[in-house]
Design a protein around this ligand. Structure first.
Ligand code: ASP
Length: 299
């Protein structure tokens, strides 16, 4: 297992499956893993808001018997005095056994990886990548729909959505058929598309969900990443463009599973929550066993 999880690009299927298999073992008997990493510390460096990622990493290391050292609010740390990311990370690497970094700049985790010699997990770098999210997404897909012969629609903000970029790379190694659904202005960035094409991914691009709904096993819905838009008017032009509700889903495959990395804004109506299609809260829950597995393997 590599020591740094920066991107899902070139992440071998074997390493992905090692994490998913370990997560399944943990899920089957969580108590057996409690205390197995007593005394180990995870350094949390979150330069951007986070709920699930931060809390599930925290829950994961504590379940394993370890603890966290947390930079906390950036305004309350020496970052406010002008300390560089590299200096802060190098220093926390001296206090902790592994680091988790979230940062608004694409490439931040790759940069930090040059400066630290403890395991490092990229927990989101701007519009770049979010590989630990992908591991829990794949775990959830494997549980509910299977990863073989998968038809998956990925809808919403494909341009700025880092969970989409990481997931698309990884799904390619499983041979999934990927249907990308977005307005043209939020299509996948050329660089991501190039990587998928180079890897021989089976992908197609669509403007409307209805065109592909019948073909899908899984629909992965994403939030329009308002904070990444250079111009609020551009955001307003696409906001609310895609919204799914129980009525719409009743016209599609009965077994369709709907996922979302969360938080949702208005792209999934609350009436979907009570249907058998909705697996996004289970997906969020899976963040803990999957991150326990990842930490166990990295530490
Ligand atoms: N929570 C996910 C992320 O940090 C998805 C989102 O924010 O829309 O990328």
């Amino acid at each position: 297992m590599r020591q740094q999880l920066i991107s899902t690009r070139d992440l071998p299927r074997g390493e992905i499956e090692a994490v998913l298999d370990r997560a399944a073992e943990i899920d089957a008997d969580p108590g057996a893993w409690y205390g197995t990493h007593a005394g180990q510390l995870l350094g949390l460096l979150f330069y951007e808001p986070s709920t699930r990622t931060r809390l599930s990493f925290e829950a994961a290391i504590k379940r394993l018997g370890g603890d966290t050292v947390n930079l906390g609010a950036v305004e309350a740390s020496s970052v406010a005095k002008g300390e560089t990311l590299a200096d802060t990370a190098r220093m926390v690497a001296g206090y902790a056994d592994a680091l988790v970094l979230r940062h608004p700049r694409e490439g931040a985790a790759a940069m930090v990886s040059e400066f630290v010699d403890v395991p490092l997990i990229n927990a989101g770098d701007g519009a770049g990548q979010h590989p630990s999210q992908t591991l829990l997404d794949l775990y959830t897909i494997r549980e509910h729909a299977g990863l073989d012969d998968l038809d998956i629609g990925i809808m919403g903000d494909l341009k700025y959505g880092r969970t989409v970029h990481s997931l698309a790379n990884a799904l390619t190694t499983f041979g999934a058929r990927q249907y990308f659904i977005s307005p043209p202005s939020l299509a996948l960035p050329d660089s991501v598309r190039y990587d998928l094409d180079q890897a021989g991914a089976d992908v197609s691009q669509h403007a409307e969900l209805e065109a592909v709904l019948d073909d899908l096993d899984v629909l992965y819905v994403t939030r329009i990443q308002r904070e990444r838009f250079p111009d609020e008017n551009e955001y307003q032009a696409v906001a609310g463009h895609y919204r799914i509700d129980a009525d719409l889903l009743s016209t599609g495959p009965p077994d369709l599973k709907v996922m979302h990395p969360l938080p949702r804004v208005d792209e999934i109506a609350p009436d979907v929550d009570e249907t058998d299609h909705a697996i996004y809260f289970d997906q969020a829950r899976n963040g803990v066993p999957v991150r326990m597995a990842l930490l166990d393997l990295l530490l």
